[in-house]
Design a binder for this molecule. Structure first.
Ligand code: FES
Length: 103
C-alpha cells in the first residue's frame, strides 16, 4: 500500500466533498457521516465530471448529466444509465491528515 496525503480533515466539511489532484490523478474526497471515502472524478457513463456535474446525496454521488448514480462507498452503480463501477480508493486519517491508498 502506498498512502498519499491529500488534505487535512478540516479541508472538507462533514457531508461534503472536494476535488484534489494526487500524483496526476483527480480524486473526489468525501467526508460522509460515517467516515472518509474517495472516488475517481469522471463518471463511467459518458465521462462527465462528478465535481462539475455531481451532486452528493449520501451515500450516493449523482451525475446530473443523465441522472446516473454510484454508491460512494463501493463505487457500484446505483442508477441507470450508469452500469460500470466508479473507481474507489481506500482512505485513512492520521493525526488530522487524510490519506489515500493509490495503486
Ligand atoms: S455521464 Fe454521468 S450519467 Fe451520463
Amino acid at each position: 500500500m502506498t498512502w498519499f496525503p491529500v488534505c487535512r480533515e478540516t479541508d472538507v466539511p462533514e457531508c461534503d466533498m472536494r476535488l484534489f489532484k494526487v500524483d496526476d490523478i483527480n480524486l473526489l474526497v468525501y467526508h460522509l457521516s460515517d467516515g472518509w471515502y474517495a472516488t475517481g472524478e469522471i463518471c463511467t457513463h459518458q465521462a462527465c465530471s462528478l465535481w462539475d456535474d455531481g451532486e452528493l446525496e449520501e451515500p450516493e454521488i449523482v451525475c446530473t448529466c443523465h441522472g446516473g448514480a454510484f454508491d460512494i462507498r463501493s463505487g457500484a452503480p446505483t442508477r441507470m444509465p450508469c452500469v460500470i463501477p466508479l473507481e474507489t480508493y481506500d482512505t485513512r486519517v492520521v493525526e488530522g491528515q487524510v490519506e489515500i491508498d493509490l495503486p
